[in-house]
Design a binder for this molecule. Structure first.
Ligand SMILES: Nc1nc2c(ncn2[C@@H]2O[C@H](COP(=O)(O)OP(=O)(O)OP(=O)(O)O)[C@@H](O)[C@H]2O)c(=O)[nH]1
Length: 970
């Protein structure tokens, strides 16, 4: 069974490294203690050891070791001594030797080179047996090289020895390692000894031809050379002897034990061959020959440089060595790689030829942009330096930066300066959506659709009550604060088959933006005006929105049930706005109603249907779907939910939608009553589920073929908006603007940071725009985050970081957010009525305004006589002629109307006593802080600086009313 070296070492009870050394010395190709030995190797090695031991014991018993100088070495190496066994040994000794050799096996002889280190430092010498003394000299040069060389030498020498395989080698000096410790106490086994020394003239000795010897020498030298050039450097573990005498003794003991064990092992070895002793002998010889052949093969390959690569690591090392060699040869004698190019200094050959400037063809003077462009990029597209672009832009009064993003219009203006035109190559979503222009003629053939009606009017004029009465449903009672908070859309059946779609729009000023959207989405507006209140600000505002949207108005004069109301007064007021009643010769329909008493409702509905008829409202049910978002919110557990008014086409359940910057699939369609629909035709308000996000009110909806297309369009819209938002608003700069901006630069605007969470998108937007419009140059509201949904931990975290406030509109914080807010000391305010929210924000903003100090006159005194009192200083004996003079007040000294001094009162006395104040008609002594030039006849004017809390109206300079004053100095 094959064995690892360390296993054999264990069996032999010797150190694995020692065994490796020993094996190497005996010509076994082992790399380390992990190398594997075949059975034949083990047997061969043990036999060899045995033979050595016997030889050593013979030598020791006969004590005929003769120290003899090698003929060649004698001349060159004096220090080295070669111990040889005399060739002319007695005959019986020779016989004995012959026997031993045969018994041990006819394997080639291996001598062991043993270097002995003596304890004396000065007299260090080594007894080494060398085949060649030249070799011994070389081995002294470098230990590692020596070992290597010795090994090589050994391997090379073997074939020569094999020639004498059957012959004993009396000329070969042997020294058994085991005997060495006893004599030297510090022997170091470096490697196996090379070859025997040749003594050609002696009888019975197998001689080696001189030519062969020379050839081998040459081979050894060649090998050595190679080993220094292309062989990787490797270290051979070298045993360093201890100088401790005890150690030497132990070594000797260990060695003796090892020998004994090897002998025992040999004795225990099973006999492998059967048959006659002659047959056994033949078999053994054959085995040995095979073994030798194997080794010879290895040696031959080594000699020819085709040494078998033992391991991967060795292969890597070899390849590295090869590379190194190559790079070495790639270096010229200067140490510079031969492929390095020498840089030559260029000779000056005069000015370079100027390339002629070619004018760009008109057809090529086009700049392609995608909706907008960053000016740095535009300069690049125009092939001009940005500096030149900046100079040219000043002609347009434009002060630009390289990072500015401009829209197509401004880009076109800039490009025109360089005789370029702009082509917008923006993502064309219409190509995907496939909008087809419909002619008026085609439109007239479409079926009639229900009118979409919005109800507008001033707060509390009865909009919700009116709608409620119309659709017989109580809406107002369920609303917080009795105010409609967001747009609701409802379809109402009237006159049998006919349907009217109502948009219930809120009336409060904060919902202006929403109302505007409502106006644009509607065909007809019913303007509710309370007969008892008349035209109010938001009535006027609603009229303006309708005018802008070109939407016809029907006036519902409400609360006609109230006693003493005068509808003509309302009509009169509205004539100012070109809303002349029909009975007064105009075109506007006026209907007298009482929403509360359900009076005049039918007339109103008739008027709406009449108006719709006049408008001839038609839509293609089968055409592409168009619609608008009325409202949206995120419902817990259901996700984003949007109220959509389909304006044309038919929206089907399962359609892929693009809605503003979001997209999705209409997973479910519900009408205002919550009834599931399969499809929704023109003028039908539906709530849809299945969008990715809550869209903004007013967003348009389109249907596309796939979700991928929908996503693409939505993402493109989002990207473009972001780019435009990032772009600073470009205004034409005037010198006045520049100076006013420069003056403002020093002032720092105080910010009130808010995080707003609302139940629906419309409310959020309305609140956001309302609170943001509250600021001025000194203070401003910044909505740092917000949207639809409950107040979460991250909102609280953000409020804490931004030092802001959290506002929930119809939204409460989640439990964890509430706890976190308590921990972080963040204030969460909850509102359900928008004007209360706005008032609070306004008050908070006012708190940020710097207080104002105003001077308040309090009295006047006339100086009658001036006293110069040594310790007290100058005292002006005065008489209070107006108001009072008080301690701590500011005081001005006037002489002939001219202000001589303005400072603080130092002391105020009545006779010798200090007093707090002296009123009109009394005398007093007044002294001033740091001023003594007081004359009789001068006037003291006393005043107080009063701190005045400012309101936003004050700050805007609109109104001084409502300011609260506090006396700062008293
Ligand atoms: N007497 C009388 N009261 C009415 C009539 N219509 C509405 N009201 C009352 O007016 C108040 C306001 O009505 P709303 O319908 O909430 O008014 P609104 O215009 O919808 O108010 P906002 O939602 O705040 O814009 C309520 O107290 C109603 O009862 C009416 O025809 N006659």
């Amino acid at each position: 069974m094959p064995k690892k070296v360390f296993e054999l070492a264990k069996e032999l009870d010797i150190g694995p490294l020692d065994l490796v050394e020993s094996l190497k010395a005996k010509g076994f190709a082992v790399r380390n203690h992990m190398a594997e030995l075949s059975d034949a190797d083990v047997t061969s090695y043990l036999a060899s050891v045995k033979k050595d031991e016997e030889a050593s014991s013979d030598t020791a018993s006969k004590k005929k070791v003769v120290r003899k100088k090698a003929p060649a070495a004698a001349a060159k190496t004096v220090e080295k001594k070669t111990v040889e066994r005399k060739a002319a040994a007695p005959a019986e000794e020779a016989d004995e030797e012959k026997k031993t050799t045969k018994k041990a096996s006819t394997v080639k002889k291996k001598a062991t080179v043993i270097r002995r280190k003596t304890d004396e430092n000065t007299d260090e010498e080594s007894d080494t047996m060398y085949a060649d003394s030249d070799e011994s000299e070389e081995t002294q040069v470098h230990a590692a090289t020596e070992v290597e060389a010795d090994e090589e030498e050994n391997f090379v020498a073997q074939p020569a020895e094999d020639e004498s395989v059957t012959e004993p080698t009396p000329a070969v000096s042997e020294e058994v390692a085991a005997s060495a410790p006893a004599s030297t106490g510090g022997l170091r086994v470096v490697s196996k000894a090379p070859v025997k020394k040749e003594t050609p003239n002696e009888a019975g000795v197998i001689t080696r031809k001189a030519a062969d010897k020379e050839a081998i020498k040459e081979a050894i030298k060649e090998e050595k050379k190679l080993s220094t050039i292309d062989r990787p450097h490797r270290f051979t573990p070298v045993y360093t002897p201890s100088k401790d005498p005890m150690f030497k003794e132990n070594q000797a003991k260990e060695e003796a034990a090892r020998v004994a064990k090897a002998e025992a092992l040999k004795a225990a070895q099973p006999k492998q061959f059967t048959g006659t002793p002659a047959e056994q002998e033949d078999e053994r010889k054959r085995g040995e020959e095979e073994e030798n052949k194997k080794r010879m093969g290895g040696l031959a390959s080594m000699m020819t440089g085709k040494k078998a690569i033992a391991s991967k690591a060795q292969a890597i090392t070899m390849s590295r060595a090869e590379e190194e060699l190559k790079s070495y040869t790639a270096l010229s004698g200067t140490g510079r790689p031969i492929y390095t190019q020498i840089l030559r200094k260029k000779d000056y050959v005069g000015p370079t030829q100027q390339t002629e400037r070619t004018e760009v063809k008109d057809s090529k003077r086009v700049v392609h942009i995608h909706k907008g462009v960053v000016l740095g990029d535009l300069a690049h597209k125009l092939s001009v330096k940005f500096k030149d672009l900046l100079d040219e832009c000043l002609k347009l009064n434009l002060l630009i930066k390289e990072t500015d993003y401009v829209g197509p219009k401004l880009a076109a203006d800039i490009c025109a300066l360089f005789n370029y035109r702009v082509e917008d190559k923006a993502f064309n979503e219409e190509k995907i959506i496939g909008k087809a222009a419909v002619s008026e003629d085609e439109k007239s053939k479409f079926p009639v659709r229900p009118p979409v009606v919005a109800i507008m009017g001033h707060v509390d004029h009865g909009k919700t009550t009116l709608l409620d009465t119309i659709r017989k449903d109580k809406v107002a009672s369920g609303e917080a604060g009795g105010i409609t908070q967001h747009i609701g859309a409802y379809s109402v059946k009237v006159e049998g088959d006919k349907t009217i779609t109502f948009l219930d729009t809120p009336g409060h000023a904060a919902f202006g933006a929403m109302r505007q959207r409502g106006a644009h989405a509607t065909d007809i507006v019913v303007l509710v005006v309370a007969a008892d209140d008349g035209v109010m600000p938001q009535t006027k505002e609603s009229i303006r929105f309708c005018e802008n949207a070109g939407v016809p108005i029907i006036i519902a004069v409400n609360k006609m049930d109230k006693p003493g109301v005068n509808p003509d007064k309302v009509k009169q007021e509205l004539t100012e706005f070109n809303l002349l009643p029909e009975d007064w010769g105009g075109t506007t329909q006026y209907v007298h109603v009482s929403a509360l008493k359900s009076m005049g409702i039918d007339e109103l509905l008739e008027a709406i249907l009449l108006q719709a008829e006049i408008l001839d409202l038609r839509a293609d049910e089968k055409g592409p779907v168009e619609g608008v978002v009325i409202e949206s919110k995120i419902e817990q557990g259901r996700g984003p939910m949007a109220t959509i008014l389909v304006q044309s086409g038919t929206l089907n359940k399962g359609d892929y939608l693009v809605v503003g910057e979001t997209y999705g699939r209409a997973r479910s369609l519900n009408d205002h009553l919550g009834v599931q629909l399969v499809s929704a035709g023109p003028s039908t308000p539906v709530q849809i589920l299945g969008l990715e996000d809550a869209p903004a009110p007013g967003d348009r909806i389109n249907i596309v073929k796939s979700e991928r297309e929908a996503k693409k369009i939505a993402e493109n819209r989002l990207n473009e908006r972001k780019l435009l938002q990032a772009a600073p608003e470009k205004k034409k700069v005037s010198l006045e603007d520049f100076f006013s901006n420069a003056a403002k630069e020093g002032e720092e605007q105080k910010l009130l940071n808010l995080i707003i969470r609302s139940d629906v998108q419309g409310s959020y937007e309305a609140i956001k725009s309302a609170v943001e419009s509250l600021g001025n140059s000194e203070v401003a509201v910044k909505v740092v985050a917000g949207g639809v949904g409950p107040i979460t931990d991250s909102d609280v975290q953000m409020a804490a970081t931004a030092n802001g406030f959290l506002i929930g509109f119809n939204m409460r914080p989640v439990t964890s957010a509430r706890k976190l807010a308590e921990d972080k000391g963040v204030d969460i305010k909850n509102y359900s009525i928008i004007y209360e929210l706005i008032n609070d924000v306004k008050l908070a903003l006012e708190g940020l305004l710097d207080p104002e100090f105003v001077e308040e006159f309090i009295g006047r005194a006339e100086v009658r006589e001036v006293f110069n009192i040594p310790k007290a200083g100058v005292i002006a004996g005065s008489y209070v002629i107006d108001g009072k003079i008080a301690q701590g007040c500011g005081i001005r000294l006037l002489r002939n109307g001219k202000i001589m001094h303005d400072g603080k009162l130092s002391s105020l006395k009545r006779f010798k006593d200090d007093v707090k104040e002296v009123k009109n008609g009394y005398e007093c002594g007044i002294s001033l802080e740091g001023f003594t030039n007081i004359n009789a006849g001068d006037i003291f004017e006393a005043y107080l600086m009063v701190q005045k809390k400012r309101t936003l109206d004050d700050a805007a300079g609109m109104s001084q009313s409502g300011s609260k004053e506090t006396r700062a100095n008293l």
